[in-house]
Design a protein around this ligand. Sequence first.
Ligand code: HGY
Ligand code: MN
Ligand code: MN
Length: 418
Amino acid sequence: MTKELTINSERLWNSLQELARIGAYEDRATGLTGVNRQSLTDEDAEGRRLLIDWLRDAGLAVTVDQMGNIFGRREGSEPDLDPVYTGSHIDTVSTAGAFDGCLGVLGALEVVRSLNDRGSTTRRPIVVAAWTEEEGVRFGTDMLGSAVAAGRLSLDYAHALADAAGKTLGDELERTGFKGEHPVLLDPPHAYVECHIEQGPVLLREDTQLGVVTGGQAISWQRITLGGRAAHAGTTPTELRIDAGLAAARIVVKVREMVDSGDYGRLRATVGHIATSPGLPSVVPDRAELTVDLRNPDDGCMVAAERDLAAFLETLPESQPGLAVETRRMARTNQVPFSGEIQNLIATSAEELGYSTSHLMSGAGHDAQEIAAITPTAMIFVRGQYDGVSHNPREYSTPEDCAAGVRVLAATVEKLAS
Ligand code: HGY
Ligand code: MN
Ligand code: MN
């Protein structure tokens, strides 16, 4: 390999900060400036347009596919060879920082910009990818754009998904001008490498800058709707109540008890959304809805947790006869192992560049878990500060650590493309 490809860490950092200004908001809980750029909102569309301008400025041929996935292709000296893909997502949750997903897309762009600076051409083409609706928080299924590109979910299913206001993803793609013509089914790349912040405390605790990611854990998302009966808070005795709010509260406690029981391995459970109606002080709730997000590195333990939670839901009407319980699956992926070969390439590149690394499984879901189904795939994690907090405006990685991750990304991509 010719001398190390130097990246411009200041240019990387400035790009991260400039993109983070789109969808910026003042976060009351933290007093910090957060980012809210949920997929296919006007803010996301503005961020997409900025990214496309940057991709074009870097001389890339830009295509947008039927899911709004954005690709920037840098030609290789042998254009017929399968390209090396690298990227992530630029859509965010509503309480985001500047790094989740964006580091992987802008890091991939920095690799291309650095290759341009050096004037070198790789054998294989390199494609920078920005996947649609990775977070899944607006349309209800995460890693959506990459799942359709990899053929796990259908285009029709994805286009029909609707947000809380009933707007479908297909309509929002149309409205924002990102419903591309390019067929969404991806020709299998030569390889896929994604750089991402760890979003957890492991690397910081181990005092290690970078992580070589061994795989992604299983994810299960479901929406539970409970039907009770509205009644007067003052006159209705307990035995006559069908209290949907009480049932919802029991579910919140139950999933934490399942985690604490230790019966399901390293289960993580989150009720991120919970709402009762009519939501009035003097009315017993007649309806409640909540989401349950389960994560587990072991598929067997995940199946057991889903099974036991379903069994618990069935018991709820026993204590409140007449209670209706309805569940709808929103997202479900199994544990995904990443390519050992690509992991080794990442580890070797990091070592050559003098960085310490450790191997770890990803706690968060990533597009790499979807693309791993069609090509050898692995990820580089960058250490986060403040216990690696993420999905929170306090999310922060230092310029040095971001640059370290992108240097290793550059070295890995260049090896794969040459
Ligand atoms: O939910 C996740 O793990 C990721 O942020 N999409
Ligand atoms: Mn992410
Ligand atoms: Mn995220």
